[in-house]
Ligand binder design. Structure first.
Ligand code: CO8
Length: 381
């Protein structure tokens, strides 16, 4: 394995966050689901009695908070999700000459990131969109965002599920180190709600919508007073079927329902928990040591935000009894799992108190499996 030492000094000079205006509490979500489940069970009473159809079990807000740490989630459109007759968001189609929803979410976060970095669109050479799902195959959402912001250069989309943001940030670093770009805008518009099966008790509570954006540039061009040098990047993937989404364009040719059983997000959450926690902890430990740090001493870990028990376990492995919510901040209580955006939201919201010289790790882990990390250090303005 390469030691990932960077040949040039590259910094994160600004981040942006777009939070949807609507939040759904566990109680509201569970009430809608339980009304749906009761209606379903009444309508299918005979088939359930005959053992032909499985009854829908009821959900519980207490279970959700205890098992995941999630208390609420932000969504673009709550009405359809909370309607027991619909159980999915309502996102009207837009005309080809209108900005698509995912690009709109991304543009809002991107403007914040550019402003924070003190950069104009003309200063940016490339746009990379990383997300768990993309609204369409082409033209790339990244090119639409590039056009909307008036950025010259090149843009592309990439999908690595929960690691789409950390992997995209790594591609930005690579582009800067190779000289193909001087400054890169990474945008992560996670439009999660359309791919959730809100009629499935096991997964209806997991995800929320959000968009984040990050400006990555050469240290020499950075004028931001809140800049973070990227000391190293590391990526790892190991194939697993434990988190899958089989929704895809070939469904039409396979004569199957593209939204049928198993086509939306599904997982074996227990196995994911057991397998990913040790992998993620070992990955981070090794990466911190290879950049000259000691895991227990790092003041901050901006971890992927899927499950509070997972994060507590990993934080404890890294920091022992000194692990705390201050050192490994939690945003999933309000935001839920926002796919690849979680660790970047944590970085965006929880870094102000750190001093020049302080180090931290931005790390994602999830479907693929995929793990991505960046070790960063606050630099003097
Ligand atoms: N209400 C009440 N009971 C429930 C509910 C509910 N809502 N859901 C499940 N139960 C029941 C189960 O049926 C089970 O009952 P029984 O014992 O009778 O079978 C019991 O509660 C216990 O269930 P689990 O064993 O499943 O419960 P866990 O304690 O394991 O908790 C979790 C479930 C929360 C899912 C947990 O396993 C977990 O979080 N694991 C980690 C998973 C993870 O991190 N996954 C990552 C997924 S996301 C990702 O990688 C990227 C996907 C990209 C999409 C992103 C779009 C933005």
């Amino acid at each position: 394995m390469s030691d990932n030492k960077l040949p040039h000094s590259v910094v994160i000079s600004g981040t942006g966050l777009w939070t949807p205006p609507h939040s759904i509490s566990n109680e509201e979500l569970v009430e809608a689901y339980n009304r749906f489940a009761e209606q379903f069970n009444t309508e299918h009473a005979a088939a359930i009695e005959a053992g032909e159809v499985a009854a829908k079990p009821l959900s519980s807000a207490e279970f959700i908070e205890k098992a995941s740490g999630i208390k609420s989630r932000y969504v673009v459109s709550p009405e359809g999700i909370l309607d027991p007759q619909r159980m999915r968001p309502f996102l009207p189609e837009r005309a080809d000459d209108e900005l698509c929803l995912q690009a709109e979410m991304g543009v809002t976060a991107a403007k914040d990131a550019l402003a924070a970095a003190g950069k104009k669109p003309g200063d940016i050479d490339a746009v990379i969109v990383g997300a768990s799902y993309l609204q369409r195959a082409y033209p790339a959402i990244a090119i639409e965002i590039q056009d909307a912001l008036g950025i010259d250069g090149f843009a592309f989309d990439m999908e690595v599920a929960c690691s789409s943001a950390t992997f995209a940030l790594q591609r930005a670093v690579d582009a800067i180190c190779s000289g193909s770009a001087g400054a890169v805008l990474v945008v992560n518009p996670e439009l999660a709600s359309p791919q959730i099966d809100f009629t499935d008790r096991d997964s209806h509570f997991i995800f929320g919508d959000v968009a984040v954006a990050t400006v990555v540039e050469r240290r020499e061009t950075c004028t931001s007073s809140d800049a973070w040098e990227i000391l190293g990047t590391r990526a790892k993937t190991v194939f697993s079927n434990n988190i899958r989404s089989n929704f895809g364009y070939t469904a039409r040719a396979a004569d199957v329902d593209p939204f049928g059983d198993g086509k939306l997000f599904r997982q074996n959450g227990r196995k994911v928990f057991k397998e990913v926690c040790p992998m993620a902890a070992a990955h981070i430990e090794e990466h911190v040591r290879d950049t000259g740090g000691e895991p227990a001493e790092l003041p901050r870990y901006w971890l992927h935000q899927a499950n509070i028990n997972m994060n507590n376990l990993i934080a404890k492995k890294l920091m022992g009894d000194a692990a705390s919510a201050e050192r490994a901040p939690v945003v999933l209580d309000r935001y839920a799992n926002t796919g690849c955006a979680g660790s970047v939201i944590a970085f965006h919201l929880h870094r102000e108190d750190l001093q020049p010289g302080d180090r931290g790790v931005i790390c994602s882990f999830g479907a693929g499996y995929s793990i991505g990390s960046l070790v960063v250090e606050k630099i003097r303005a």
